[in-house]
Design a protein around this ligand. Sequence first.
Ligand code: HEC
Ligand code: HEC
Ligand code: HEC
Ligand code: HEC
Length: 206
Amino acid sequence: MKRLYFFLTFAFLIVFTQLGTAQITGSSHDFSAAAWNTSNNEICIVCHTPHNATILPDAPLWNHALSAVTNYTLYASGTLNATMGQPDGSSKLCLSCHDGTVAIENYGGVTSGTTFMSGGPLLGTALSNDHPVSFLYDAALAGADPGLQNPATALSGLGGTINQNMLISGRMQCSSCHDVHNGAGITGLLLKSNSHSALCLTCHIK
Ligand code: HEC
Ligand code: HEC
Ligand code: HEC
Ligand code: HEC
């Protein structure tokens, strides 16, 4: 009997440890233990607030100061078919920390923060060396580029089509590849595993 209890406890521990990784707690976006977090060690508040949020398209109850940059250098190439524009929608939310111009602790009206992003996670304002975001990815684009899946019909592997699970208002954004909340607990805050380039091969026929 004792042995059974031991086994069950062990089994539960394994299950809970695995569940425990598939969430924002303990991820790179958990700033509850940051020295500058004076908000009762809260996690969500750095990015969201239940009241007095910033109103912006595709910005759920946003609480972080936004970047003032409007002239990011965009990715360009002779084989690109999509029409590129400045970052919009939820990608602007990511860039409010990842372009390095706004302090991480500038949320809830604070503007005096001094902790800026550096190192690997810093994308900067030159997005010319990054996978493009903030453009319409629809059947017409897939028609123009036979190397692309039709997002309206191709499955994402996440329960529905690419359009349903990976695009936001039909547009490609940072969140087309990333889960800011570490939902699946995949290294690099990815939306789906990129083992054997599965993420890339969801949209690209190569
Ligand atoms: C580092 C910033 C950040 C933190 C911290 C954060 N979020 Fe988010 N959240 C975002 C961004 C960006 C979006 C919109 C883009 C997206 O969904 O990827 C979002 C979207 C959402 C949405 C709407 C879309 C969806 O996924 O359902 C909800 C609800 C949400 N967050 C809840 C929370 C809660 C609850 C917490 C705390 C436990 C939290 N978030 C912590 C950045 C953050
Ligand atoms: C409040 C500021 C903030 C916002 C908003 C934010 N991030 Fe981050 N993110 C960070 C910081 C800081 C780190 C680095 C943490 C570290 O090095 O421990 C990070 C790390 C990451 C990493 C590397 C994760 C890893 O574990 O290697 C990815 C990927 C990422 N962010 C993507 C996003 C995306 C996509 C969005 C928008 C949907 C976003 N972030 C919004 C602050 C932010
Ligand atoms: C086409 C897919 C895709 C898009 C779009 C995308 N990323 Fe990523 N990103 C990745 C992959 C794949 C990695 C590598 C993850 C790993 O293996 O750790 C990555 C890594 C990162 C890292 C970690 C870099 C490091 O060296 O620590 C950050 C931060 C990040 N992305 C932020 C963003 C932000 C912000 C955007 C939007 C401006 C964005 N990403 C758009 C696929 C993408
Ligand atoms: C959610 C869909 C999606 C995912 C996932 C994705 N891409 Fe893309 N990618 C696109 C679309 C759409 C374009 C724009 C293609 C065009 O306009 O011709 C693009 C553009 C590109 C380009 C530039 C093409 C050119 O003509 O200059 C490269 C290279 C690329 N992706 C590689 C990758 C890699 C590598 C990964 C995985 C890390 C990846 N993509 C993941 C949809 C995606």
